[in-house]
Design a binder for this molecule. Sequence first.
Ligand code: GLU
Length: 302
Amino acid sequence: MAQQAMPAASPNSPVFRFAPSPNGLLHLGHAFSALINQNMASATGGRLLLRIEDIDLTRCTDEFEQAIYRDLQWIGLSWEEPVRRQSQHFDLYRQSLETLREMGLVYPAFLTRGEVKAHVAEHEASGAAWPRDPDGSPLYPATDRERSDTERRKLMAGGIRHAWRLDIAKTLAFAGTPLSWQETGTGAPEVIAADPSAWGDVVLSRSDAPSSYHLSVVVDDALQGVTHVVRGRDLYESTAIHRLLQVLLGLPEPVYHHHRLILGADGRKLSKSEGSTGIAALRNEGFVPADIRRLVGLGVGL
Ligand code: GLU
């Protein structure tokens, strides 16, 4: 398979990245995202990095990671080596969490998923809706945010499992300035007002994983010098949290480009468990890489 020739990149070249999680097989949506990144990198003389976002050690597997390399190579993607694997950098994400802890902006969160669910159900039983984040999940209740330091220390000393959450109201007051990001995915470049409070007290490190998507993504984008974050529209709203974390941690601001999603026959976002639109499944059925480009609406050679 002929690989697309990449123009030589200079030290000031734009840097793009494709950042899949190895918790399932890649589908047409991933192919589209990877190819758009490659197209934009090659059109701007930029570099393309591949990052494996495998912080969820229970759901990510080596087999899925190997399948990612196989599928991406097959569709004609080329990326720089070495590939960054997030599971090898937990210490770094812990350091950033520590910085936020020293700033007094995070708190230990002890409620289990079941306890949150019960809390929300009890509230909603009284007829009042509980606020939800842009993904539809209930916002984290105030219970843990309102605990005293003495109480927190006691619970932690008792070995109660806990996550760390950002105190969003306190953090926004601390950050001061209104937040925004530069978006190029909607046609003409525009400045989007960011509303991190819509996410409530987001989790930055889980009891079962030493980081969260939000924290590790901003740390790595900065560390890898990513200048252009090109990803699906499903992550558009998350950008508000990413901008907030970048401001708090003094990290540079990339340009964001949120592209359209590839939808299934039912009009819904593709999921990793839907075999029929999987890249490997299509390959096994006899499709060739040019078919994949056509299926996602990218002409051959684009
Ligand atoms: N790892 C994320 C995913 O697979 C993508 C992260 C990003 O592009 O910011 O959905």
